[in-house]
Design a protein around this ligand. Structure first.
Ligand code: SAH
Length: 212
């Protein structure tokens, strides 16, 4: 479906099947052990939101691998949400919802601080990304930022933003894809305190003027 829809809509820059498998599916699954650990730790069904899911990455492969997840796929672009909804239907997935909207706006609804885990891949630099993710998760919940080789540097740049938004860095976990040289990492941030009500700022502000 990624390949077929990509001919009409610009869903992903990757066109070769082997690249789609490795760089979308396998890469998405590098977060699976973290979700399994979170689930074991809380002994309950995890409520997960994939912010800026695009064509459903990493959310949909994670849902297939861990069917017990309750998963929300959020994207600000309507055509991507329509694609995700079509995949959900085609695969017969349950307890997964594709929603159209911006993270900054969802955090101003009853969904604020309701999720156990917020995850994102290739959405924004970390100081911006934490303003999307941290307001959405409950105290004790986890942010997973799927990053490239500059993860440690990004984390340093996001230190202040993380603290302001009620989080604390927990770990940077290196991940490696089979047969690929590039180095990637999962940045894990734990929510320690409620996010102050002034955050997130209005849509667009976290990207325009990151909390650095
Ligand atoms: N996570 C996917 C897509 C990355 S592209 C992947 O890894 O392949 C980034 C996506 O984030 C785009 O689809 C864009 O519409 C979405 N996005 C960016 N900022 C957003 C925001 N503030 N709220 C919701 N979606 C956002």
């Amino acid at each position: 479906m990624v390949q077929i829809w990509n001919q009409r809509f610009n869903l992903t820059a990757l066109t070769q099947p082997q690249d789609i498998v490795a760089l979308h599916f396998m890469d998405s699954l590098t977060a699976l052990p973290v979700l399994q650990e979170e689930q074991a730790r809380f002994e309950q069904v995890l409520q997960v939101i994939d912010v800026g899911t695009g064509a459903g990455f990493p959310g949909i492969p994670l849902k297939v691998a861990l069917p017990s997840l309750r998963l929300w796929l959020l994207d600000g672009t309507a055509k991507k949400v329509r694609f995700c909804a079509a995949v959900i239907k085609a695969l017969g997935l349950r307890e997964v919802w594709a929603i159209h909207g911006r993270a900054e706006e969802l955090a101003r609804t009853a969904r604020r601080e309701q999720f156990d885990v917020a995850i994102a891949r290739a959405v924004a630099p970390l100081p911006t990304l934490v303003e999307y993710l941290l307001p959405l998760i409950r105290v004790g919940g986890l942010c997973i930022a799927m990053k490239g080789s500059e993860a440690q540097l990004e984390l340093e740049q996001a230190q202040r933003a993380i603290g302001v938004l009620g989080g604390a860095p927990e770990a940077v976990r290196p991940v490696q894809l089979p047969d690929r040289a590039d180095r990637r990492a999962l940045v894990l941030i734990r929510k320690q305190r409620p996010t102050p009500p002034t955050y997130p700022r209005p849509a667009g502000a976290p990207r325009r003027s990151p909390l650095v």
